[in-house]
Design a protein around this ligand. Structure first.
Ligand code: MLT
Length: 244
């Protein structure tokens, strides 16, 4: 029976790596939703980095790449893309390698390096990412950790609800969920009929709305829009199937 664990912040990713779990990184608003969308729309690969300075440095070394990301939700000076999934339109991203730095999401991804499998999940790809990660954990005979990116070391409502949606899918199989993981399922089921409204009550959704990004929140709440499963191998994120 596969053990399903839940971790709450970027820093906690290290615990999942130590356990040798397969990892799904979640940052619904908006990092992992953006990664899924960019790759689904034809981006070649995404390189997650922790800081704006690091992103600029890598871009100087590899000028054919493009810079993307945010600080306080806003595109840093000189960057080509911000962190809005709606910006990553097929005509804009096709064939591009993108260097991405965000406040919490790319930190969680970087802290997950070292795990055998690091998948990228959000509401946009719940079924595909849960099925793929569970298969990998079964094959590797190890546990599976959902690692929420949170907000500056704190709990984040939308990531927790997304974990609950993933738990619902996992329970189609024989799993052993930790109490924290099981509680996310109970919460998700409780708000299922008013999911978007519940997410809009969270701090980050309210902040994004206050800076004119309400549409991003609505987009990130769409469930199973994509079948694509991004996967971090070494330094780069690509669609899982392409690298197998
Ligand atoms: C993050 O990594 O903290 C986010 O993706 C922030 C955002 O751009 O909404």
């Amino acid at each position: 029976m596969i053990k399903i664990n839940l971790e709450f912040t970027a820093k906690d990713a290290e615990k999942a790596v130590k356990r040798k779990d397969v990892i799904i990184v979640i940052d619904v608003l908006r990092c992992t939703s953006t990664i899924i969308t960019a790759l689904a729309n034809g981006a070649k690969g995404i390189i997650p980095v922790k800081t704006v300075e690091e992103a600029r440095k890598i871009h100087q070394q590899y000028p054919y790449t493009v810079l993307a990301g945010e600080r306080k939700g806003i595109k840093p000076r000189g960057f080509y893309f911000g962190n809005s999934p709606l910006e990553f339109h097929p005509t804009e991203v096709d064939g591009k390698n993108i260097i991405l730095t965000t406040t919490n999401g790319t930190k969680t991804l970087c802290n997950s390096k070292g795990a055998k499998f690091v998948f990228i999940g959000a509401f946009l790809n719940i079924n595909a990412v849960t099925d793929t990660a569970l298969k990998s954990a079964k094959r590797e005979n190890c546990g599976l950790s959902l690692v929420l990116s949170g907000k500056q070391g704190k709990f984040s409502l939308e990531d927790y609800l997304c974990a609950g949606a993933m738990l619902e899918r996992f329970t189609l199989h024989k799993i052993d969920a930790s109490d924290a993981a099981f509680a996310s399922l109970l919460t998700f089921q409780q708000v299922y009929d008013s999911l978007i409204n519940s997410i809009f009550q969270g701090h980050h959704a309210q902040y994004l709305k206050s800076i004119g990004l309400e549409e991003d929140v609505r987009f990130c709440c769409k469930q199973n829009k994509y079948k694509l499963v991004p996967y971090l191998k070494g330094e780069i994120i690509t669609p899982f199937k392409k690298v197998r």
